[in-house]
Design a protein around this ligand. Structure first.
Ligand SMILES: Cc1cc2nc3c(=O)[nH]c(=O)nc-3n(C[C@H](O)[C@H](O)[C@H](O)COP(=O)(O)O)c2cc1C
Length: 237
């Protein structure tokens, strides 16, 4: 007989990292809504720009939410640099396996959602999936998803139909609701997963390969990735 009692959640202990790249302020603004939604479920939220987010930030997070402006039908180059320089080591050393990942965007191009919001979101999600994360998309019963919601995550159009820019502080609140609830959704999922081991083999790459890479990285102390380690002498710690 299934229990009718809801399992207890411990969302108050969930740590959420929001990594944002925003050139004109719109993505940062809707990122605040995502943060508000996460906090509404009791999470502790850290917001970092794609320039400053570190591997230590990733390792401290139960959930990572990437938010990018849409540039040339994809994520911004700074967000891609974050993926290559910061997420890649986290992928190699299995830092994020079983944690929660999600995305959002803001785009100003032509069309109802701008052009390329979906492509940008899917590209960011593939990175989070590769890191072994549990992905939270945007179910259509999420409040506000009827405005600017695409199935991967919320997005907002930052220009008028004539492509005149809308001030970040003047963006329609209706179109920002989904961002709030996306943050809340992420925390509801993460709160059930904290401490849960998703995979236990950790056999790939082999310990020998990891040791080889660790040794190789010691010879490159100026590599940006080194600056992101909590303990540069021990990247697997
Ligand atoms: C180099 C560049 C490329 C852009 N390419 C796109 C695009 O492909 N699709 C789109 O919808 N908007 C595009 N935009 C518009 C931005 O997405 C829009 O200005 C958005 O508000 C940026 O978010 P931000 O205010 O957080 O920087 C582009 C803007 C720049 C500067």
């Amino acid at each position: 007989m299934p229990s009718l009692v809801e399992p207890e959640t411990n969302s108050s202990s969930v740590q959420v990292l929001i990594v944002v790249d925003s050139w004109q302020g719109h993505t940062a603004k809707v990122g605040e809504r995502v943060a508000d939604g996460a906090r509404s479920e009791g999470a502790k939220v850290t917001v970092r720009s794609a320039d400053e987010a570190t591997r230590a930030d990733l390792r401290a997070a139960d959930a990572v939410i990437m938010g990018s402006a849409v540039h040339q039908r994809g994520m911004t180059w700074k967000m891609k640099r974050f993926v290559d320089e910061v997420c890649e080591p986290a992928w190699f050393y299995d830092d994020l396996v079983g944690r929660v990942g999600a995305v959002f965007t803001a785009g100003g191009g032509a069309g109802g959602a701008g052009g390329g919001a979906e492509a940008a979101q899917v590209d960011m999600l593939t990175n989070l999936a590769a890191c072994g994360m549990v992905l939270v998309s945007l179910p259509k019963d999420t409040p506000g998803s009827e405005h600017g919601g695409i199935q991967w995550g919320p997005t907002i159009k930052t220009t008028t139909d004539a492509m005149a820019p809308i001030d970040p502080d003047a963006m329609d609140e209706t179109f920002q609701r989904a961002f709030f609830h996306h943050g809340a959704n992420v925390v509801r999922v993460a709160s059930r997963l904290v401490g849960l081991k998703l995979a236990a083999a950790n056999h790939m790459p082999t310990p020998e390969m990891r040791a080889m890479r660790t040794a190789a990285e010691k010879d490159r102390p100026l590599d940006r990735r080194w600056g992101h380690l909590a303990d540069p002498a021990n990247p697997q710690s």
